[in-house]
Design a protein around this ligand. Structure first.
Ligand code: SF4
Length: 345
């Protein structure tokens, strides 16, 4: 089955894509979303989707259409019914037509995830377009995973829009008396959001993380030394410690990231990146620069995280300061390289 998936935005797509991939279906995403106002908002949603598609290796087709004039002309006569009369149909018709013309056998839409959209109306319009263009419509009630998907999108740091898209929906959330947002359908209840990932500063027993910190820096003597004055940050995933970082102050302008380590079972999920971003946001109020000293192997990782200014090399650091030979992957650690990140950028 070749599924062409109209995609309203990256956050709504998270759960839909996961659901389809779990079923063995690899959707091709399709951005066709006119009448998102203003243009900066249109661009923010489109670009977030582009970045997310890259992140998860998803094929994405972008159909540019800002559509302001067309939208105004078409909804002016019946603004209250604009979603059913214009907004859903143009999206679904274009999607079904494009899918048919380009060799897809099935289409669907991420609009089916929002409990705030008129789900039954979208489903009916899709069925009509499927009939008109002689193509299959894949229906799923993605609403079951709406909250889960939104939480994941937040954790991934995706741009989260605050209103549906058109200028009238922006008015609804901005001016309370115009808020005619529909009630949630029966069976849907939004529980308070429980965030899976939390980063906190450890205020009490910093030494409890010694064992994990030694995985990144095997000198107990050194780790204990920087733990005395260092600030320890703990990233927890569902209450389990996933990543630890230690930062020390060097002078009035500079802090140093002395150690960052992710527990083995949490590696490859972007937690270290998240931690570095958190640390940069945390220290940028008071400091100008964050320094990191690293092995040769890890330079590309840190440069990607913004530590892009070379500062110095300490020759034979790992030979002179450690009792035994240290290896990082298949490279012996010899010199220590210092790079810095401009916190004011
Ligand atoms: S409220 Fe949303 S679905 Fe309705 S017309 Fe505006 S953008 Fe389209």
């Amino acid at each position: 089955m070749k599924v062409f998936m109209h995609t309203c935005c990256a956050p709504c797509s998270v759960y839909c894509i996961q659901t389809l991939r779990n079923e063995g279906i690899e959707p091709i995403a399709y951005w066709f979303n006119p009448n998102i106002h203003p243009y900066t908002e249109y661009k923010a949603r489109r670009d977030t989707l582009k970045n997310y598609a890259k992140m998860i290796d998803l094929d994405l087709i972008i159909e540019e259409n800002y559509g302001l004039k067309e939208f105004c002309k078409n909804v002016v006569g019946d603004i209250d019914n604009r979603c059913i009369n214009y907004c859903y149909p143009i999206r679904m018709e274009q999607t079904a037509k494009f899918a048919k013309e380009n060799g897809f056998d099935t289409f669907t839409t991420t609009l089916l995830i929002s409990p705030y959209q008129q789900h039954e109306a979208i489903k009916k319009i899709c069925e009509e377009m499927a009939e008109k263009y002689q193509i299959n419509f894949l229906y799923r009630d993605f609403r079951l995973g709406f909250r889960e998907g939104q939480n994941q999108a937040r954790e991934l740091g995706l741009y989260m829009q605050k209103y549906c898209g058109c200028i009238f929906s922006e008015e609804q959330i901005s001016i309370p008396h115009t808020n005619t947002k529909p009630d949630l359908p029966e069976g849907f209840e939004f529980l308070p959001v429980k965030r899976n990932i939390i980063i906190n500063k450890e205020k009490n027993d910093k030494n409890q993380y010694l064992k994990l910190l030694l995985e990144a820096d095997p000198s107990e003597k050194m780790v204990e030394k920087y733990l005395i004055d260092g600030e320890v940050f703990v990233l927890s995933y569902k209450d389990d410690v996933a990543c630890i970082a230690v930062v020390t102050k060097l002078d009035n302008d500079t802090v140093e990231l002395k150690n960052i380590v992710t527990k083995e079972e949490f590696r490859g999920k972007g937690y270290a990146k998240k931690m570095i971003k958190y640390l940069a946001d945390n220290y940028k109020q008071r400091y100008k620069k964050m320094l990191v000293g690293t092995t040769e192997n890890n330079i590309p990782f840190y440069v990607k995280q913004g530590f892009d200014k070379y500062e110095k090399t300490i020759k034979n650091f790992f030979i002179d300061n450690y009792d035994k030979e240290i290896w990082d992957g298949d490279l012996p650690c010899i010199d220590k390289y210092y790079y810095s990140k401009d916190l004011k950028k």
